[in-house]
Design a binder for this molecule. Structure first.
Ligand code: NAP
Length: 314
């Protein structure tokens, strides 16, 4: 369960989010996650939503492209009966044909319809494709706040330079850049090396860590003898799975010392680094386990041990 240390400000805004949010990419996605196959169904997704709230989270991350709108629609269906107030983060995708600022406003209004709400708590540009990291285009995010359609705005997959430009652009318009959502886990520490994590910390920009379980690899359930199927098979070939083994062994050892699972330790490490992870959950068990990353902290020396064990090729 979460404690007061597990409630943090979203960037420079007054919005308080829990240190663990829930990622909903798999809610309706066939291609990568196999929605529609026998492994999980709509009832599992509904339970994942309810159990997530029972286990202390207060926010969900989605995107217009997840399941081609299905993920937002699931949330729209669940929100009216939610057991408490829920914050929603969603994203605009800069498809190549979206070449004017109005495209973002149209897309935002469609997200609101699918979500069946009248404002979005955090609206993000999914990736800096095309013109969508240029000041003229980023500035439309400020328009959405001023129009009352969003409470806070952020970016995703922006590197240090693009984040700096977006931050400065929005600053001149009096709206803070609340967050940057990027890949970050013990299995992918590029943002520590390329200066992005430091820049965000220095400028009060929340780093939302996506794929914080390395798409399930951090749970220890996959390995060279038991590789993942589907597209993940190609993302994580045998050599990578082999190279992960010493780190997974350490996650298990530290977990045992705290009465926690490897997934909970891996997520806690991202929190100890000052980021907020959004692990994906396909069912109630995964949701409950992942939210058990809140309410406790690894010891500083354990974080150092994980740092040393996780200097892996990405
Ligand atoms: N902004 C972006 O470009 C971007 C990109 C990627 C993701 N994201 C966001 O980040 C969220 C999380 O990232 P992700 O879904 O890529 O990866 P992740 O959170 O690292 O891994 C999620 C997957 O791991 C497995 N899993 C999760 N919890 C588990 C548990 N406790 N025990 C066993 N297995 C467990 C599940 O798949 P299996 O059961 O099939 O193994 C689940 O779908 C997404 O949902 C999305 O909101 C954003």
């Amino acid at each position: 369960m979460k404690t007061s240390q597990d409630l943090v400000k979203l960037g420079k805004t007054e919005i308080m989010i829990t240190t663990v949010g829930v990622g909903t990419w798999s809610w309706g996605d066939r291609l990568v996650w196999g929605y529609g196959s026998s492994s999980y169904d709509d009832a599992d997704i509904k339970e994942a939503f309810e159990v997530s709230l029972e286990n202390g989270t207060n926010w969900f991350d989605t995107a217009e492209v997840y399941g081609i709108g299905k993920s937002e629609k699931f949330l729209g269906k669940f929100l009216p009966s939610a057991s408490k107030e829920v914050l929603i983060a969603t994203k605009f995708f800069p498809f190549p044909w979206r070449v004017c600022k109005q495209a973002l406003l149209r897309s935002l209004k469609n997200s609101l319809k699918r979500l069946q709400i009248n404002h979005i708590d955090l609206y993000q540009i999914h990736t800096p494709l095309g013109w969508w990291s240029k000041p003229k285009f980023v500035s439309v995010l400020a328009d959405t706040v001023n129009a009352g359609l969003t409470r806070a705005v952020g970016v995703s997959n922006f590197d240090r330079e693009k984040t700096k430009l977006a931050n400065e652009t929005l600053q001149t318009l009096g709206v803070p850049l609340a967050s940057n959502q990027v890949e970050y886990s013990l299995f992918d520490r590029r943002i520590e090396k390329n200066g992005l994590l430091d820049y965000c910390h220095e400028n009060d920009i929340t780093v939302i860590a996506y794929s914080p379980l390395a798409k399930g690899m951090a749970t220890g359930k996959y390995g060279p003898e038991n590789p993942p199927s589907g597209p993940r098979k190609h993302m994580y070939p045998t050599e990578k799975l082999q190279a992960f083994q010493p780190l997974i062994a350490l996650l298990k050892k530290l977990g045992a010392a705290h009465g926690k699972t490897p997934a909970q330790v891996a997520l806690n490490w991202t929190i100890c680094k000052g980021t907020v992870p959004i692990p994906g959950a396909k069912n109630a068990n995964q949701a409950a386990e992942n939210l058990g990353a809140m309410g406790w902290r690894l010891k500083p020396e354990e974080v150092v041990a994980l740092d040393k064990a996780s200097n892996l090729p990405v």
